[in-house]
Design a protein. Structure first.
Length: 340
């Protein structure tokens, strides 16, 4: 018999580290199998049942998983992030869209095989938004999920389209067939703001200046921030992001009114972040040199988002506000990391 498991793709990334640690800490949960193009970091490799090295674009690897395991839940984290995607848009499309489509088809076949829907959890992004100018952005306030969906980056386009693909597989798959929509994929997406992680070094996100600033200060390195001091976008601490993924994966299907949800915790300006970091590391040198191209991208995102639906439908409740995120999580964890 095939073994019931949870599958995590892109497990080596920032979200994957926290997610696997949390899943491993829970007793009685499903074994975790991972798929990543690189071998897992040793700090998380010991927490998984099996580690597969390969690409989500490799149908052979997915066929292997399908033959060996009964997948109940997929956390599809594998992606090419925003900054890298702008330099290699075609590759970004292959990884972010074709890879997701492969996983959705995989989930559909899994659901058909074991006769119940596969929960498919997909981290989307604030990059799925696109506001036309700073004046509109200032007036928009907290933006709802279905407003201003006109992204200006390849990454944002990929994420928004994959949200739509997921909704199609969940609600309309092969709707003209004799049986109508099959309902084998239970798709649930979280549209994340900037995620601040203390455990991993930032790896190419356009909102990574908050984490980069803190890591550089702790290492005694000068940091030049690429956005204006008054730049304001929503953020959340990585532990709250991981908790959100687990919460939405376990919510009763009947309680979910949407397939994609906003989440957020706080939305400080870049200079507010700088002041907090300088308070913890007084000798740090943090200056500004605005990269107009990256600033333009950040300015297309909302200053804040409306996460009412997530609170109502599946009990989203972040533990870290701005002060706690830095004083209790980010700064002490990073300080300890570089003190070793």
């Amino acid at each position: 018999m095939r073994k019931p498991i949870v599958l995590v793709t892109g497990a080596n990334g920032e979200i994957g580290h926290g997610l696997i640690a949390q899943l491993a800490a829970e007793s009685g949960g499903r074994p975790v199998v991972t798929l990543d193009i690189n071998p897992l970091d040793r700090t998380i490799a010991r927490s998984v049942s099996r580690e597969l090295t390969g690409s989500i674009l490799d149908h052979g690897v997915l066929e292997r998983i399908l033959a060996e395991y009964e997948v109940d839940c997929i956390f599809h984290l594998a992606a090419l992030l925003s900054s890298r995607s702008e330099f290699t848009p075609l590759t970004a499309h292959h990884v972010n869209v074709d890879g997701t489509l492969n996983l959705l088809e995989f989930a559909q076949r899994e659901g058909e095989s074991h006769g119940r829907p596969v929960v498919f959890v997909y981290p989307s992004s604030i990059a799925a938004y696109g506001l036309p100018d700073p004046q509109t952005r200032a007036r928009a306030g907290r933006v709802k999920e279905d407003e201003w969906n006109a992204p200006i980056t390849m990454y944002g386009c990929n994420k928004l389209y994959c949200e739509q693909l997921g909704r199609y597989y969940a609600r309309s798959y092969k709707q003209l067939g004799a049986q109508g929509p099959s309902g084998c994929v239970d798709f649930r997406s979280i549209r994340f703001p900037g995620l601040i992680s203390a455990v991993t070094v930032p790896s190419g996100g356009t909102s990574d200046y908050a984490s980069e600033m803190t890591h550089a200060a702790a290492r005694g390195h000068r940091y030049v921030c690429f956005v204006r001091p008054d730049t304001r976008v929503p953020f959340m601490a990585m532990p709250d992001g991981v908790d959100a993924l687990i919460r939405v994966s376990r919510a009763p299907s009947a309680s979910l009114s949407r397939t994609a949800y906003n989440v957020r915790s706080f939305n400080p300006s870049a200079d507010q972040i700088r002041q907090v970091v300088l308070g913890a590391f007084p000798d740090a040198v943090i200056t500004y040199h605005v990269d107009s191209k990256r600033q333009h991208i950040v300015d297309s995102w909302p200053e804040d988002v409306d996460d009412t639906a997530a609170h109502r439908d599946w009990g989203f409740a972040p533990k870290y506000d701005f002060e706690k995120a830095f004083s209790e999580y980010l700064i002490p964890t990073i300080r300890e990391r570089y003190a070793k």
